[in-house]
Design a protein around this ligand. Structure first.
Ligand code: FES
Length: 98
């Protein structure tokens, strides 16, 4: 059956939240819908890197060319992602907001 929502486990500020969001939403949009105040000073344009999260489990989209550039400049880990630049590709995603 087609599922239109993604289930998230989010580690934030020593809490673990379980939420769902539309699967078409970026991780940033999902996190903000959960009322997690992820900074996004460039407005989600992939420039500022303030929306960085760690993907603990689950598959998300490949890095966009813009995100690749930022990740190389700042020596991101493979699972360190710009939440405004990636989307869930699986039903269950676990992320940590640093
Ligand atoms: S909000 Fe600026 S890079 Fe994501």
């Amino acid at each position: 059956m087609f599922k239109s929502r993604t289930s998230y486990v989010v580690h934030y500020d020593e809490a673990i939240l379980k939420k769902t969001a539309l699967k078409t939403w970026t991780l940033l949009k999902a996190l903000r819908s959960f009322k997690i105040p992820v900074p996004f000073s460039c407005g989600g344009e992939g420039i500022c890197t303030t929306c960085r999260v760690i993907v603990v489990k689950g598959k998300v989209s490949e890095r966009t060319p813009l995100e690749k550039e930022r990740a190389e400049e700042r020596n991101f880990l493979d699972n360190e992602r710009l939440s405004c630049q990636c989307w869930p590709l699986e039903q269950n995603i676990e992320i940590k907001v640093p």
